[in-house]
Design a protein around this ligand. Structure first.
Ligand SMILES: Cc1ncc(COP(=O)(O)O)c(C=O)c1O
Length: 389
């Protein structure tokens, strides 16, 4: 079979590959602590599951409109207006199976051959993968540990060009846990709006913020009609396997993204969408409890990592990842990740899984029990103590 040339340009998300390798080791009888995959270990709250069961029983098992059920689009418009402080209409909302398609569809709709896209590196690997896939030119902005993994704004400004078609930002960020502060976001907004460049704001970790304020670029001057806001239910409501996400964008772009939905998924599962309404309108205390628990775990893992030889870990303000600097081990990220998996039974990701500027770092997800985090820290010590590369 001959494959299309474009497939050589499509990347992947190595969290899923490491997960598969870790599972294979488990099948051989090895004990593995999973700190590689980015999903809450909490169960979906009961009232959301009940809403899905009721929706199934009531017959919500058929095709629905490609852009999403009107009642969910309305609920999302209201939710985004309240949480970001901007008016939003249901016509600007597109519901998708998980939030990832919003990334894919937005880049497909806006970026042509040779068009440049600015994005964070280390960053979610799908950004770079899809930019390359559509023939765009990836323009990475290195995130530096000494600035709390924020954008280097002077570099950002220098990288803007007449060919920049899209800016991608992600705060709180995967994989660093970094959060852009108001001053940084205001400068990005000022530069983007002056040049009329759209911004894809990946806000999937909005609720996972442990200190400081959340600032959405969508609410800043000039950005209301230049922002594509990406959010969803996977992380905030522990619904990764349900596949429910959305984008909020100017109505003309929403029409294109809806057409991409018609051509790919037809629609998002109807009973899942009705559960999404229950998630947005129901009790928010399970999310608050989960976030409070994650904050405790963040402190536990940061303090524990800082006591390990060769490891230096900043305390991130958001998401549920830590991104420790492991240059003190004098080994590469890939080597350390490999040894931790094989010798310590701890699955983590090499920083390079998130781009070239991730070298010298590892990513641990702390969406795992306190007992497992403590056990992982204990298991890693002897391996790191005798690590030579
Ligand atoms: C930064 C970022 N954006 C988007 C997503 C995709 O979320 P979903 O599972 O809803 O497709 C993820 C998932 O890991 C993520 O880390």
């Amino acid at each position: 079979m001959n494959f299309a040339q474009r497939m050589t340009r499509l990347g992947t998300e190595s969290a899923f590959e490491v997960l598969a390798r870790a599972k294979a080791l488990e099948r051989q009888g090895k004990s593995i602590i999973h700190l590689e995959i980015g999903e809450p270990d909490f169960d979906t709250p009961a009232h959301i599951k009940d809403a899905a069961k009721q929706a199934l029983d009531a017959g919500a098992t058929h095709y629905g409109p490609s852009a999403g059920l009107p009642e969910l689009r309305e609920a999302i418009a209201k939710h985004v207006a309240e949480t970001r402080g901007v008016p939003v209409t249901p016509e600007e909302v597109v519901v998708t199976p998980g939030a990832k398609p919003i990334m894919f569809f937005t880049i497909l709709a806006l970026v042509g051959t040779g068009d440049e896209v600015i994005y964070p590196n280390p960053g979610f690997p799908i950004y770079e993968s899809v930019i390359n896939f559509v023939g765009g030119v990836p323009v990475p902005i290195p995130l530096r540990e000494d600035t709390g993994f924020g954008f280097d704004l002077d570099l950002f400004e220098r990288k803007l060009s007449a060919r920049t078609r899209l800016i991608i930002m992600n705060s709180p960020e995967n994989p660093t846990g970094g959060v852009l502060d108001r001053r940084q976001i205001e400068r990005i907004a000022a530069l983007a709006s002056a040049r009329g460049i759209p911004v894809l704001a990946d806000e999937i970790y909005r609720q996972f913020l442990y200190e400081g304020e959340f600032v959405s670029i969508m609410g800043l001057p000039g950005m209301r009609d230049l922002t594509i806001l990406l959010d969803g239910f996977s992380k905030s409501y522990a619904m990764t396997g349900w596949r429910l996400g959305y984008g909020v964008m100017p109505a003309p772009l929403a029409e294109h993204v809806t057409r991409l939905m018609v051509n790919s998924n037809s629609c998002t599962a109807s009973f899942v969408q009705l559960a999404g309404i229950a998630a947005l309108q129901g009790d928010q205390t399970p999310t608050a409890r989960m976030v409070a628990e994650f904050k405790r775990r963040r402190d536990l893992i940061v303090d524990g990592l800082n006591r390990l030889p060769g490891v230096k870990c900043a305390r991130p303000r958001g998401a549920f990842y830590v991104f420790p600097n492991i240059t003190g081990t004098r080994c590469s990220s890939a080597e350390v990740a490999e040894r931790l998996l094989n010798d310590a039974g701890v699955a983590a990701l090499a920083g390079t899984a998130f781009g070239q500027y991730g070298e010298g770092y590892l990513r641990f997800s702390y969406a795992n029990s306190e007992a497992n985090l403590r056990a992982a820290l204990e298991r890693m010590r002897p391996v790191l103590e005798r690590l030579v590369c």
